[in-house]
Design a protein around this ligand. Sequence first.
Ligand code: DC
Length: 677
Amino acid sequence: MYTTEFLDIPHLASAGGSVQLPGSKSISNRVLLLAALSQGTTTVHDLLDSDDTRVMLDALHALGCGVEPRQVVPGAPLRITGLGGKLPAGAAATLFLGNAGTAMRPLTAALAVLGGDFEMTGIARMYERPIGDLVDALRQLGCRIDYLGSTGYPPLKIAPPDFSNFPDVPIQVRGDVSSQFLTSLLMALPLLAQERAITIEVVGELISKPYIHITLELLARFGIRVVNHDWQRFVIPAGSRYQSPGEIHVEADASSASYFIALGAIAAGADGQKGIRIEGVGLDSIQGDIRFVDAARAMGADISGGPNWLQVQRGSWPLKAIDLDCNHIPDAAMTLAVMALYADGTTTLRNIASWRVKETDRIAAMAAEARKLGAQVEEGADFIRITPPADASAWRAASIHTYDDHRIAMCFSLAAFNPAWLPVRIQDPKCVGKTFPDYFETLFTLVQPSAAAPVICIDGPTASGKGTVATLVAQRLGFALLDSGALYRITGLAASRAGIPLEEAQAERIAALIGTLDIVFTPDQRVLLGGEDISLAIRTEEAGMNASRVSAFPAVRQALLQLQRDFRRLPGLVADGRDMGTTIFPDAPLKVFLSASVECRAQRRFKQLIDKGLSANMHDLLADLQARDARDTQRSASPLQPAEDALHWDNSAERTVEQAVQQVLAWWQQRQPFASA
Ligand code: DC
């Protein structure tokens, strides 16, 4: 997951390949609660690992459910041991539910029915998301729920219920604000239906029926067969009792699939690949958002599919504008709004009032951000109308505000296929963590930029601080990092271990050795050679000296050339070394040359070595550095020298690392088409 302040997506040209999608959020959190209410242990496969499922798991654990393991482990099932329909006497807890509506609403209903003293809390936005209609419905039964903040909104206080006046008329709930209220009742009330049937009656039009469909399908898997009378009355039969199905598989999220369906529809196919294949969800999905397929087809997407897969490629291009009632696909319809930017006319999405009470006011947010890109947008209480930028020159490079809303972030990444060759900046990219933490990483495995991914070169002499600065710049931008010095250090180490003298006459042998090395740079900045951790072994002064020796051999430099260029990837690369700007990435859009006096660098290196627990001596260090400077600058192959177009920064001791990082980031920002972030 990118945890940077923003993520710049370079202009994208094409896409192709296969993607396995994460589990559905709606199904994951329903399954977790149903398993928690059941008797016995449920083994859950393919559960989504996200902010919303994490708060749910934490809450269930706090309530005394077995949760094993405590967190989602990719590829491994999770076992929930349920409460068997009751809580221990005197149960009490404060539950923090973040911004997860799929946890707040159903848990409130279940706990208000089960009995106990609870406080239901979350982040500030959660306190703006309505829950009053659910509370009103539960109060009809004798549940005791109080508002701790504003009336009608969390945080809530729940006390043990008093069912002495349990009504024998249907329980009424409004259906036109959030279908989660009905879902919550449908999941909580079977707990009270041992002896009597319970009828729930929907007041007003029921929105988001597809989510109710998911609820009913999953209830059936847990032994509760609700009778659906035309989406107006739901009867939970007497004798209902939650029973674990033993094992259950979570379908991939059909709403998440919408971004990749749109990707296939928007992007030209990559070389030799026929569009995008999506695994984990197919045309027979129980999720309503699968109907997004029909809407995307109407816009021109060419889609085929089977039980657990979809295949999408460009059909009509430009896409066809549509006028569509989106009540049946509220979440996925946001993706249509971005597809509309590539359509041949004005697209209207109707009946989407629920957008206004989601993670943010999504109608206002989609309108504001699409306008930044150059689209004309009209919005109403329950519709949005989008006219794409008139031509390529009307598109703008936008820094997209994401409102802590995963879907806004994912949607607008698709604006990177604009005809104006502009990059797109996504602010706060980590908001995708709500449903799809690796969304951008997944996207980047499928797409190709129209120009090579951007590179920032940070060159300079040894101990000039370039490694530290490069690492921090890469972290702030979410870019990959190439520590080219490490490659020379690895080469020196591997050659010495193989008993090859580090002499010019052996250069071809050393170069040949490079092709056989199994080198891995781990995300936590360790270096593995053939599986062995050599992070420390390559940092000694001797290893530095050996690196300097082998780096003078043209055959070695040639052997490392492609290896270094292969580090270039989306969204970008920070490359640190001696010849990044001159030889390896001469086309890099930003080249920085760091310098510092030899004394200052010797001191820096001294500190580095001591910090790593290695021995060091100032006098020897100075002499070593001078010797290496001389060799690195005087060798004939790629001598250490700044690229002609490099920007210089004196990184001497009186300047902090942060100053250097800020300077590089400022230079980078100047090269971007976005207004200052
Ligand atoms: O940056 P460093 O100290 O880890 O580099 C070790 C040696 O590798 C250095 O003395 C010169 C050589 N090197 C090089 O020639 N070209 C590079 N791009 C990086 C390092």
